[in-house]
Design a protein around this ligand. Structure first.
Ligand code: LLP
Length: 435
């Protein structure tokens, strides 16, 4: 059995045709029917991950709300699924708010984030009556308070605090350190809290932090908890008001390769809720409502990208380039973060991996390499390559580079497949051009 299969969605195996089968659907057949590149999302895996987060945190800290971070991947069908699973939704733009609204997502379960929300976006969020706005800075706080007051609404808010901890992750995705562009620096936090207490139109219910993404240890969360709960304690002492909500952000890692070792959700849950209890006891505070914001760890495993192999080329090195029909336009992560992925030959799953190849994309940049130096069976033009763990941050960061058509999305469930987003067309590419 190909051990890379463990990275794919829950019900993945090899069928009688020696093809990759996901949720009872033949990946090679799907590639032929819908064309490539193609993104598949497995509904049972999505639901399973939502439930795992709810269960693991909920059994340790019953007053927990799981809010999915939509930036990892957002689509109306996913929003509908999250609504059914009882999760909240973290949005970071007017566009994501629009998707939530289109999906009829309950507004009271929406958390609106962002380091530079425009007045228009804030007004839209107020109009939509979102549950929480997570305020990033003092300018935003003043603008929001004025807009809310004008509209006759009192908006529940959290303040995002930069705890000043090192998240030990890629510098592009570390957000909680000193000097981060996100949140109130610790030296400004007290002013933010007192201002929020005084301003009309806003109701400060708690604090938020997000230390970064792809965090494979508990320490950054625990360090941030020490800092932010002390801040909540000081606010309670000073203003005699308990901050009843504590949002510890997302960032929980997932394995991308068979070598990656990352903690289970239960580990993060045990460590985080344990530290909250200890701090509540030592600071003599009531346990807060806990909010977590996983993005990647809910969607990553459920997503699979399928590509068709075109030209194959041997060059000095020696390197054998196997070129596929997608690449950095649908998955920028290898080029942007040196992200490492695995791949399988979906149409010959049982064949042995005897050749080292580099999977190249078809875009006009030397950096457009999907996977460097991977062992695969001997590859031929026309073969289907499947890349697992493509559910998070691939499609949301996809572009029309080289006027590429963004790929379709197929949702898999109960042995059936459903097209939820069509492939773009050349007409889509020129649709917004004015004469
Ligand atoms: N909450 C906040 C406030 C965030 O900024 C983020 C992610 C999350 C939650 C969710 O984090 P997650 O659980 O997905 O790690 N494009 C990068 C990742 C950027 C993460 C941005 N913020 C990548 O492809 O690795």
């Amino acid at each position: 059995m190909n051990n890379r299969i463990t990275l794919f969605p829950y019900k993945t195996n090899i069928n009688d045709a020696d093809h990759l089968s996901i949720g009872g659907c033949d990946a090679v057949e799907l590639a032929a029917r819908y064309g490539t590149p193609l993104y598949l999302f497995d509904e049972p895996t999505l639901r399973g991950r939502c439930r795992e987060f709810k269960d693991e945190f909920g059994k340790r800290h019953p007053n927990t709300t799981v809010v999915y971070a939509g930036k990892a991947f957002l689509h109306t069908s996913l929003a509908a699924l999250l609504k059914e699973e009882g999760l909240g939704l973290d949005v970071v733009s007017g566009g994501e708010l629009h998707i939530a609204k289109t999906a009829d997502f309950p507004p009271e379960r929406i958390y609106f984030h962002g380091n530079n929300k425009s007045a228009d976006e804030l007004s839209a969020a107020l109009k939509q009556q979102v549950g929480r706005i997570v305020v990033d800075n003092i300018d935003e706080l003043r603008v929001l308070a004025a807009l809310a007051d004008e509209s006759g609404r009192t908006q529940d808010i959290l303040l995002r605090i930069t705890p000043g901890v090192d998240a030990h992750t890629h510098s592009h995705i570390a957000t909680g350190g000193v000097g981060s562009k996100f949140g109130f620096a610790l030296c400004d936090a007290e002013e933010g809290i007192s201002c929020a207490m005084l301003l009309p139109g806003v109701n400060l219910v708690g604090l938020h932090f997000h230390v970064g993404s792809l965090i494979d240890e508990a320490t950054p969360y625990l360090d941030a908890l020490d800092v932010v709960m002390k801040l909540a304690f000081d606010a309670k002492e000073k203003y005699a008001v308990g901050l009843r909500e504590l949002n510890v952000g997302g960032g929980y890692a997932v394995p991308y390769t068979v070598e990656d070792k990352v903690p289970d959700i239960s580990y993060y849950a045990g460590q985080i809720t344990g530290r909250i209890m200890v701090l509540c006891q030592s600071l003599n505070m009531a346990p807060p409502k806990l909010v977590i914001e996983p993005g990647r760890s809910i969607v990553a495993q459920s997503g699979v990208a399928l590509y068709r192999v075109g030209s194959i080329k041997d060059v000095a090195g020696p390197v054998r380039y196997v070129a596929v029909d997608g690449g950095m336009a649908d998955n920028i992560r290898p080029a942007l973060y040196a992200a490492r992925y695995e791949a399988v030959l979906a149409n010959r799953m049982n064949e042995e991996n005897t050749e080292q190849v580099t999977i190249a994309g078809h875009f006009c940049e030397s950096g457009d390499i999907l996977v460097h130096d991977i062992m695969l069976p001997p590859v031929s033009s026309g073969d289907i390559i499947a890349v697992p763990v493509c559910g998070a941050y691939c499609l949301p960061m996809a572009s029309n580079y080289n006027a590429a058509l963004r790929p379709p999305i197929v949702m898999l469930s109960d042995d059936s497949d459903r097209l939820v987003r069509r492939r773009e067309t050349y007409q889509d590419i020129t649709r917004c051009d004015m004469p």
